[in-house]
Design a protein around this ligand. Structure first.
Ligand code: ADP
Length: 207
């Protein structure tokens, strides 16, 4: 957020003299209390200042990045996730490639016969398998998938920010959104870099 000259000025006064009343700030700036009211509201709403009745305004000392993180942490995976596209462990690489094109996505999740998350297939996993001379109809996906427990997952309650961080750290394009079941994890959603980009653009445009 860009502050106006007057808002910067107010901040400096409060940093130096706070807690200080609105009236006193107005006097220091040679302005009326009414003129200052909108600036004080903006600075308070944006978290630069706090106002306490009978005490006055004081500086919160929160960094802009902390404020941004606090507000981004309110946006959760469950509100931005997509439907997961799932294949069974014994399905062929050929069928998985077909599904990836048909569904127009880049990450497939693999379930075991009990319906628990067993692995993940990326575009390059399938490309790599296609380079050899083997018949893709005869290779089951469990041979080539990245398997549990090496999968990075999140829950519907994870924040979009933490999901984005995990994708960045692990250098993957998507995460399974899971629910814990007795003997494993059930895939209930998919969050990808595309979801994160959409979420961030949506958040900024709405706010
Ligand atoms: P691509 O391989 O098409 O570049 P990714 O960067 O998503 O796509 O995948 C890189 C590797 O990481 C692949 O081998 C894939 O199986 C694996 N992978 C993808 N998503 C995850 C995940 N959530 N957790 C662990 N490994 C993953």
């Amino acid at each position: 957020m860009e502050l106006s000259n007057r808002q910067e000025h107010i901040l400096n006064i409060v940093k130096e003299k706070g807690p200080i009343s609105g009236e006193q700030i107005a006097t220091s700036l040679n302005l009326s209390r009414a003129t200052l009211r909108p600036d004080l509201s903006i600075l308070t709403m944006a978290g630069f200042l706090e106002a306490k009745p009978k005490v006055g305004y004081f500086y919160t000392r929160k960094k802009q990045s902390d404020l941004l993180e606090e507000s981004l942490n309110r946006f959760l995976v469950r509100d931005y996730q997509s439907q997961p596209i799932v294949v069974r462990e014994n399905e062929s690489v050929y069928d998985a490639i077909g599904k990836m094109f048909l569904e127009d996505i880049g990450t497939l999740f693999v379930e075991d016969e009990k319906g628990h998350l067993a692995g993940v297939l990326s575009r390059k996993d399938l490309l790599r398998a296609s380079i050899g001379s083997q018949d893709l109809n005869t290779i089951p996906v469990h041979i080539i998938m990245t398997r549990m427990p090496n999968l990075t997952v999140c829950t519907p309650e994870s924040s979009i920010l933490s999901a984005a961080q995990m994708m960045m750290e692990k250098q993957v394009d998507g995460l399974a959104v899971v629910e814990k079941r007795e003997n494993g994890l059930k895939v209930i959603g998919r969050i990808t870099k595309t979801n994160v980009i959409k979420a961030f653009v949506g958040i900024v445009k709405e706010e």
